[in-house]
Structure formats: structure tokens, C-alpha cells
Design a protein. Structure first.
Length: 732
């Protein structure tokens, strides 16, 4: 009996001892420094820490360290983080490139015209608070932290977490330990002048690396007994080394926090120093190499860290894994709320979301909906937060409205036609919520002045209403077909007033209709003696309907997508001094189709077809179909390699083109082109018409003011070859 009691006593004592040992296990803190792309080395160091089985009880981080640390705190592990970072298109992510497919066709027309935009605030032109608003990085963080949206206190995460930001108004350290996790991480990484600051609880916050790039004291204050730090901070550059914009930006972030880092390092028990001096803070295209540097640095201290791991494993039970599920297949949206609106209506936002309450959606659908709202261009940033409720979640869409007024500038040059400077003043929400008022002044060889008004009406199925008035002057050269010598020239002046409706519900599809009045004055400048040299004037009324679909990933040098445009017009001449006010209509129908796809990682091929037909008596000059030149500037005017601008006139037209582009270096392209057309100016069928073909090759590039294309092309039916140089966005 005594032996039995003694045995029971030993069992109880050993259980109490084990419990006591667990409670006395030294707490391990992990500290991850800031450093831009260099901070990807943290992932490599984490691989070794996981391999050794060292338990992490607390995490603190700054900037990139806050991203890696925050995700690690909610359950991501090194393999997960490596896959996430390798999967990112860092140019799109960091430069806030919104997918063109998520812009309405109306917004694409605006986006594809300008080289630079400047906010207009309080009657003066200002500069943005950062190069980018951080929309895409915010969207990524919101998606990756879905399982933690409901957490307000970062101590309640599977691993308690802190991240560091700087109050830009006072320069003080701000330790973020509660709130909305994506916002906290986003604030910690807001490099001044690169990213817009974050407003959290009334404080304007930027990158914590300015004041505490290596936050060791914070993890100590959380209760860490042993601290492992991974420091990718760089020593300050010398004057000789400050030879690039990136290095100057990096120095501006580092110099204030350099002294703090030296002090913080003294508080570490173990320090891992990845050798990343040869990388810049923007070297995100070298993710694998930087992660490897972190792993190498940790393995250089493998025996030291193994001794710590063995000691913990021998004396204490293993730490229980408390990770949460990180993937969500579907979300049941109970209610939708929109926060932060001032000028834009809630109805406009909800219409663009295209989500319904009490419905199931996937996270991908939610991301697409948020991107679609951002694509309206009314908002500087659009994010979301999910709040758990019985049987689902409430969706809170959080918006920060943009400055509603902008001055935009575009530059264009075509060596065969013109050089132009476009100055645009754009005003949103001035005449109704969801409205856009634009004034364009096109200064150059073909000047124009345009005033436009557009509004999202709120009518189903998402109709927009527009009114445009345009004054335009064109110089039109007429070339002899076979010799390509200048045969005649005209000044084409027009006043156009247009009223129309178009759908806005779908981003890549549009139905539209319009009524248009056009006054035309055709003034011969140099014509043969046999031609009519009198000034021609006409008044025209046009009704137009169209179906358009555009899924191209970008306007210039696209790599995938299609473009379809089907337009039907009835054109009437208006006789103001005649009892018969309108002549019989001239009907024109055009169909354009372009399909583009990648055939190899850096090679894309495009095929296109243009078909047109004009029917009626007394066809006006602007109602014919034209071929020639390198760019389309007007409906019914089609580019054609090997011909000069508008070199072929037709009433029946079939045109085929194939274009090949190879991106041999980033944003540099080699191109090859072939086109074939069959056309007729008479009412005969196309089978009885004439043939023309052409081919060309060239180079292309993205430049700060827009795409540049230099192409040499010729047609067997013409003298040549001809050089085409086009720079800038098309804004006619």
C-alpha cells in the first residue's frame, strides 16, 4: 500500500514538475528588420529556424520585416511565404498598376491618353503625397490576412505581434499593437515619397525604418527572454556610392534609424546578418537569390542555434502549434457597407462591386470586385474588412476618395502627320455624383478643343450619359496611289456635338448609342486644276449604335486579350435652306476584331480583321473608309503598313493583319508586321476589287511620355520603303 501511494506521489509530482517546466520555458522573440527587397532574406532565415524547431513566442518587425513577421504571426510558414513572394508581379504590385480589364471602357479612354497627371487642390496644382497610394499591396495584405480580420488586439494572434511606424508630423516612434492588421503592416512599410502615408487613429504614419528599423526593445517588452534578430539593415552609403535615385531614397530612410539599429542590436542574444549589400531595396526581381542569402546566413550560425534548440527540446515540452486555417474557399456575405464616402454615392460603389448581400462569393470574386471599384478612378485607395456575424460575414468596403480635379498632359508625335500637346482639365463630381467634366486643348499641327460631360446615371443596367462638343481642324494630305507623291491637300474643319448613352455595368463590354450633329468645312489648299477648288460646307446628322468588347491587358504592346468593335451609322445631310431638310441616309457599317496571345514567354502574336461597307448616294469625305499610316485616329480610318496616311479610299473593305512582338529586354520590343487588304471604291463586290499588301519590321519601347514605335515598311504595289515614327499616347 505504501508503495502504491509513493508511486501516485511520483506521478503527481512529475506532472507538476512538467507543468512548472513549461511555464518556466524561456520565451523566444523574433525580430525582423526593414530593408525593402533585402527583407526577403528573412524567409531564408526562418527556414533554418523552423528546421531546428525553435519555438517563436513573440514577433516584432519594421517595414518588410512587418510584412514577413505579420504573416508569420498568423500562421504562414517559410515555404508559404516563399511561394507568395515568388508569385508576385512586383512591378504591378508596387506601382499600383490597376488591371486594364477592370476599368470601364470610358475610363480606359481617359487612362490611355495622358503621360502625366497633377491634382488640382484649392485652385492650384499640387503633387501627390506619394508616388503610389499602395492600393495593390493593401489588396494583397487584405487577402492574405482574411483569417485575422476580426482580431483587434495583436496579442490574440497565434503569435503575438508588434510592428513599428513613424508619426510623420512629430517624428516619434509608433508601436502598432492593435487595430486592423493589414493597415498596421501597410503603415509600417510606407516609405516616404514612395507610398502615401496611412492615417490610423488620427496619426499620419510612414515607414518605421526612419526611427526604429530593428525593433528589439519592443519584443523584449512583450516578454521575450531570448531574442533572435535578423538584420538586413545596410551601413550608410559613402558619397561615391550615392550614384542612383534608389540609393538616395534608401539613404534617406536609413540614416535616421542607423544609430537606433546599433543600439537595438545590443539587446539581441542571437543575430543573423544576411549578406545582402549587393542588392538594392528595389531588387524584388531577385527574390530567390535574396531568400538564399538569408538561409546561408542562418546556416552559418547553425551550431549556435542548434545548441539553443537542443537545450529547449531537452528541458521543456514542445510548443503547441496554434496556427489558424489560412485559406478560405468561399465567403457568405450577409451585408455590405461602404465607408469613407464624401462626394461619390454609395449606389455607385455598390453597382461597381456587383456583389449581392446574402450571397456566397469566392475570395477571388471579392478581389475582382474591389479592383473594379478602384478602376472607376474615383478613389485613391479601396480596401475591405470582413466582420464575422452569425452565418457569414459583413463586408465593409473602405474608400479614400481622390482629389476630384486633375490637370493631365499628353504628348504625341507622328512623323507622317503631326506633333501635338494635349492639355486636359478633368473635374469629377462637379455636376452630379459620379460625373466627369473634361476640357481638352490639343495644341499642334492638327489643333482641337473639346468639352465633355459624362455621368453614371444609376439607371439599370448601369447606363452612363455623355455630351461632347468638339472643334477640330485637320490637315489632310492626299497621295497618288502608285508614286506616293503628294497629290492634293485639304484643311478639314469640323464642329461636332454628340449626345449618347452607354452601358457601364461590365468593365470589358459596352453597348452604346449616340446622336451627332456635325458641321464640316472642307477647304482645298493645293489641288490639281481639274479638281474642284471651291470651299465645301455641309451640315450632317448621324445616328450611331455600337457593340464593343475589350479585354486587352494594355493598349500598347498587349500580350493577351481581344478587341471587338461593331459600329452601324446612318448619316444624313441637313439642308437648312431647303424644304426637304434631310437627304437620304448614307449607311456605314464597320467591324473590327483583334486577338492577341502569348506564344512564348516573351513573344506575343496578334491577328486582326477590319471589314467595312458604305452604302448610299452623295457620300461625304468623312463617310468613306480609308487605309494607310501607322495609327487609327478616326472611325473608319485604318492603319496599313506600306501605305501613307489615308492613301486608299474605299466603300467596301476587307483587311487582315498579323503582328509579332518579342520583348527582348524589359519594355523593349522587336516587332514584325504583315497586312493584306481587298477594297473597292465602286458598288461592285469585293471579289472584283483591288488588292494591296504590305510588311514591316521595327522596334518599340515604353518611355516616360508613352509608347515609342519605329517601323520600316513597304508595299509591293507602292514605292518605298517608308519610315513610321510614332511617340506617345493616341488622344484624337
Amino acid at each position: 500500500m505504501k508503495q502504491m501511494w509513493f508511486f501516485l506521489f511520483l506521478l503527481v509530482f512529475s506532472g507538476l514538475a512538467a507543468q512548472n517546466n513549461q511555464s518556466q520555458r524561456p520565451k523566444i522573440g523574433l525580430v525582423l528588420s526593414g530593408g525593402g527587397a533585402k527583407g526577403l532574406a528573412h524567409i531564408g532565415a526562418l527556414k533554418v529556424i523552423e528546421e531546428l524547431g525553435i519555438p517563436i513566442d513573440y514577433i516584432s518587425g519594421t517595414s518588410m520585416g512587418s510584412i514577413i513577421g505579420g504573416l508569420y504571426a498568423i500562421g504562414y510558414r517559410s515555404d508559404d511565404l516563399e511561394k507568395i513572394m515568388l508569385a508576385q508581379n512586383w512591378d504591378d504590385l508596387l506601382l499600383d498598376r490597376v488591371s486594364r480589364r477592370q476599368l470601364s471602357l470610358k475610363e480606359r479612354e481617359l487612362q490611355d491618353r495622358y503621360a502625366a497627371s497633377f491634382p488640382i487642390e484649392q485652385s492650384h496644382i499640387s503633387l501627390p503625397t506619394g508616388l503610389v497610394a499602395g492600393q495593390n499591396i493593401t489588396a494583397l495584405l487584405s487577402r492574405l490576412t482574411l483569417s485575422a480580420h476580426h482580431i483587434e488586439d495583436f496579442n490574440d494572434l497565434p503569435i503575438p505581434f508588434r510592428c513599428i511606424a513613424t508619426a510623420i508630423e512629430s517624428g516619434e516612434v509608433v508601436v502598432l499593437k492593435d487595430g486592423y492588421l493589414p493597415d498596421a503592416i501597410r503603415a509600417s512599410m510606407s516609405i516616404p515619397s514612395a507610398f502615401s502615408p496611412m492615417d490610423i487613429d488620427g496619426q499620419l504614419l510612414v515607414d518605421g525604418g526612419l526611427v526604429r528599423n530593428f525593433p528589439v526593445q519592443d519584443v523584449r517588452e512583450m516578454g521575450a527572454d531570448i531574442v533572435i534578430g535578423v538584420d538586413v539593415s545596410s551601413p550608410l552609403y559613402t558619397r561615391k556610392q550615392l550614384n542612383s535615385l534608389v540609393r538616395i531614397m534608401q539613404q534617406s530612410v536609413n540614416f535616421m534609424g542607423n544609430r537606433s539599429t546599433l543600439e537595438q542590436r545590443k539587446l539581441c542574444d542571437y543575430i543573423i546578418d544576411p549578406e545582402v549589400e549587393d542588392f538594392s531595396i528595389m531588387d524584388f526581381n531577385k527574390t530567390s537569390a535574396i531568400i538564399e542569402k538569408g538561409e546561408i546566413a542562418a546556416r552559418n550560425q547553425y551550431q549556435t542555434l542548434k545548441h539553443l534548440a537542443d537545450s529547449l527540446r531537452t528541458n521543456f515540452p514542445p510548443k503547441q502549434d496554434t496556427r489558424w486555417p489560412l485559406t478560405v474557399d468561399s465567403l457568405h456575405i450577409r451585408k455590405i457597407y461602404v465607408q469613407g464616402l464624401r462626394n461619390v454615392s454609395s449606389a455607385t460603389v455598390k453597382r461597381m462591386l456587383q456583389l449581392k448581400k446574402n450571397s456566397w462569393i469566392s475570395p477571388d470574386q471579392l478581389d475582382t470586385a474591389i479592383e473594379r471599384v478602384y478602376g472607376t478612378q474615383y478613389f485613391e485607395r479601396v480596401s475591405y474588412k470582413l466582420e464575422p456575424v452569425p452565418s457569414g460575414v459583413n463586408l465593409f468596403v473602405r474608400v479614400i476618395e481622390k482629389t476630384t480635379h486633375y490637370l493631365n498632359v499628353g504628348v504625341a508625335y507622328d512623323n507622317q502627320l503631326y506633333s501635338s500637346l494635349l492639355i486636359n482639365a478633368l473635374f469629377r463630381n462637379v455636376v452630379g455624383q459620379g460625373s466627369t467634366v473634361g476640357i481638352d486643348a490639343n495644341v499642334g499641327e492638327n489643333p482641337s478643343l473639346r468639352a465633355s460631360y459624362f455621368i453614371y446615371t444609376g439607371w439599370k443596367p448601369g447606363l452612363g450619359f455623355n455630351v461632347d462638343v468638339t472643334l477640330r481642324k485637320w490637315y489632310i494630305p492626299i497621295y497618288a496611289f502608285h508614286t506616293n507623291k503628294l497629290k492634293a491637300s485639304y484643311d478639314y474643319k469640323s464642329l461636332i456635338a454628340n449626345v449618347g448613352l452607354r452601358t457601364t455595368y461590365a468593365s470589358s463590354f459596352e453597348l452604346g448609342g449616340a446622336c451627332e450633329y456635325k458641321y464640316i468645312r472642307l477647304d482645298p489648299q493645293a489641288v490639281p486644276d481639274s479638281w474642284d477648288s471651291s470651299v465645301s460646307r455641309s451640315n450632317n446628322f448621324t445616328t450611331r449604335g455600337w457593340i464593343r468588347s475589350d479585354t486587352m491587358n494594355r493598349q500598347s504592346f498587349p500580350t493577351h486579350g481581344h478587341y471587338v468593335n461593331f459600329v452601324v451609322e446612318n448619316n444624313y445631310k441637313v439642308h437648312l435652306d431647303d424644304k426637304k431638310t434631310m437627304s437620304n441616309p448614307v449607311q456605314r457599317a464597320t467591324f473590327d476584331f483583334i486577338w492577341t496571345n502569348k506564344t512564348l514567354p516573351k513573344v506575343a502574336i496578334s491577328h486582326g480583321v477590319e471589314i467595312g461597307m458604305v452604302e448610299g448616294e452623295d457620300v461625304a469625305a468623312d463617310q468613306y473608309l480609308y487605309l494607310g499610316g501607322s495609327t487609327s485616329y478616326e472611325s473608319g480610318v485604318y492603319p496599313f503598313w506600306g501605305l501613307k496616311f489615308m492613301n486608299v479610299t474605299a466603300t467596301r473593305l476587307f483587311c487582315w493583319h498579323t503582328d509579332l512582338q518579342w520583348e527582348f529586354r524589359e519594355n523593349l520590343y522587336a516587332t514584325a508586321h504583315y497586312n493584306y487588304a481587298k477594297y473597292t471604291l465602286q458598288k461592285e463586290t469585293l471579289f472584283d476589287g483591288q488588292n494591296v499588301q504590305g510588311c514591316g519590321a521595327g522596334l518599340g519601347a515604353y518611355t516616360p511620355i508613352g509608347p515609342l514605335n519605329i517601323t520600316v515598311a513597304r508595299s509591293p504595289e507602292k514605292k518605298g520603303p517608308y519610315l513610321y515614327i510614332v511617340l506617345g499616347h493616341r488622344f484624337f
